[in-house]
Design a protein around this ligand. Structure first.
Ligand SMILES: Nc1ncnc2c1ncn2[C@@H]1O[C@H](COP(=O)(O)OP(=O)(O)OP(=O)(O)O)[C@@H](O)[C@H]1O
Ligand SMILES: [Mg+2]
Length: 494
């Protein structure tokens, strides 16, 4: 658009080759961010590129049904000179809660001690203890699947099995064990424990195509808005898993998978410094795996500076200036766009109409292009949501449903250790019955001073454990479990 009027017949197309450089869709409420996301996901699907969409508000299910035309759509289609025809796209609903859809889960050992430490916000000493628990389970061949397993191993290491455990791995600080248990309880209260267990989700299943169209995986997250901690931890583990599973491919002609995170401020709100650093690193590295990430949020300020500076394209919808502070922020934001001879960006940012955006992007070679005031094309799919029965029918016909529907509960660390403790107790009772009068050994007590020395020793052994893990995992985000076995067949055709 020039002088706020559409220039008929000129289409602005972003090269799929640049999409693994990630992007941002920003704008005040109601300015068209989610519809722009819808349009991008549609275009990708048409090119056979699958997407994963974080549907925080539950307003993206309409992608599964054709839209119907109206005057506004016709007018827009005329300006853009496109043939508009309603079209529904292949959807797969995913969920990490009670929302309908295929359940996304991973075993505790797949999360690994480092990601889990981030999820639980553990300090170094606690993280070291957790790493030892993982090591113990690895050595003992105890499957660490769900939260019950983790709690039982922790209890075992701090109580019944403490002597055995300390002999093999070093001291177990009681305070740290209690602290980890408290953090696990907090996670359970946020229902975060649901993301742990079997069958664990194979991220390769996100890369399906159907009849040549990329499948759009809609992760329904309407009930996690109040749990930003869980959401950011979940995102980190998902990105880490994608990073680990996908091969290095450099800059492909089109992405293997695009991830859209609506209401992205939820990820960064309350995220710890470590979590942010991990996200920053992984966003940098995931690019060469052919995965692009698009953040959708009200203002670019919601995204940490170091992540923002990595984003290849920006689709900026209108901003509203209510206060002097807002005006200052908009001026700053305008300066962050490439210079333009055609537009007064600062003015334009507050004057954009709904479904219009200032777009800046990279060309195929990664060179920044001049910014353009663009009228977004209308979605081909429905702008409204699906009805419950439409949604149910998609969930019912899901290709992934049978694979993930039933939660498995095979014998794992919890059952094994509980059995062992019971057997040991029985043996002890029998022994006590045989020799009733035995001098009781004085209970060992640890003074405060000794405890702090313990913590110091612990911290140094922790450093060693972590260093070993860092060399095992490329990023230091991944676990040490040797039980991880993943097969991935990407881009499967149905
Ligand atoms: N590309 C478009 N084509 C046609 N109509 C559009 C387009 N973009 C936005 N609209 C209109 O604007 C309305 C609001 O858009 P949308 O829901 O995308 O806003 P939003 O920025 O995501 O808002 P929120 O911050 O509340 O989530 C839509 O319901 C639709 O009527
Ligand atoms: Mg929205």
């Amino acid at each position: 658009m020039v002088d706020k009027k559409p220039v008929n017949g000129h289409q602005i197309l972003i090269s799929t080759k640049s999409l693994n450089r990630h992007g941002l869709i920003a704008g005040a409420t109601g300015t068209g961010k989610t519809k722009s996301l819808q349009v991008m996901v549609e275009e990708l699907s048409l090119k056979g590129v699958p997407s994963l969409v974080m549907d925080i508000k539950g307003d993206l299910s309409g992608l599964g049904a054709p839209g119907s035309t109206n005057k506004i759509i016709e007018e827009r289609a005329h300006h853009i000179q496109m043939e508009w025809e309603g079209k529904g796209f292949p959807l797969e609903f995913l969920s990490i809660s009670d929302e309908p859809g295929v359940k996304l889960r991973s075993t505790v050992s797949e999360f690994g001690p480092i990601v889990l430490s981030k999820i639980l916000s553990l300090n170094d000493t606690q993280q070291g203890l957790l790493a030892m628990l993982f090591q113990y389970c690895d050595d003992q061949g105890l499957p660490l699947l769900d939260i019950a397993d983790l709690k039982t191993v922790l209890r075992f290491a701090a109580a019944e099995g403490k002597a055995e455990f300390q002999k093999m791995y070093g001291l177990v600080p009681t305070n740290s064990a209690h602290a980890i248990m408290r953090k696990i309880t907090q996670l359970e209260q946020q229902e975060g424990d649901r993301i742990f267990g079997e069958p664990s989700f194979d991220v390769g299943d996100l890369c399906e195509t159907k009849d040549g169209l990329g499948v759009i995986n809609v992760l329904r997250l309407t009930d996690v808005q109040a749990k930003p901690g869980l959401f950011s931890a979940f995102m980190l583990s998902l990105l880490a898993e994608l990073f680990q599973t996908f091969p290095e491919i450099g800059d492909p002609e089109q992405p293997e998978l695009m991830i859209f995170i609506d209401e992205a401020h939820l990820i960064f709100k309350n995220a710890s410094k470590e979590l942010l650093e991990q996200l920053d690193t992984i966003i940098k590295l995931i690019r060469s795996k052919g995965i692009g990430i698009v953040f959708i949020t009200q203002t670019p300020d919601d995204i940490p500076e170091n992540i923002l500076s990595q984003l290849g394209f920006k689709l900026q919808h209108a901003l509203r200036a209510f206060t002097a502070k807002d005006r200052k922020a908009i001026r700053l934001m305008a300066q962050n766009f490439p210079e333009s001879d055609t537009y007064n960006v600062e003015e334009l940012l507050t004057e954009l109409g709904i479904g219009e955006a200032v777009v800046s992007f990279l060309d195929r070679k990664g060179r920044p292009q001049p910014l353009v005031h663009s009228l977004m094309r209308p979605p081909l799919s429905r702008m409204d949501v699906l009805s419950n029965s439409e949604l149910d029918s998609i969930v019912k016909n899901s290709k992934l449903k049978d694979k993930y529907e039933k939660r498995l509960d095979r014998i794992s660390a919890h059952e094994e250790l509980t059995k062992r403790i019971e057997e040991e107790l029985e043996a002890k009772e029998e022994l006590e019955n045989e020799v009733p009068e035995r001098p009781v050994a004085k209970k060992a007590t640890t003074t405060r001073k000794e405890k702090s020395t313990l913590e110091k020793v612990m911290a140094s052994s922790v450093t060693r454990t972590i260093a070993r893990e860092l060399t095992r995992g490329i990023l230091g985000v991944f676990g040490i479990s040797t039980t991880r076995r993943r097969t991935t067949s990407r881009r499967r055709r149905r």
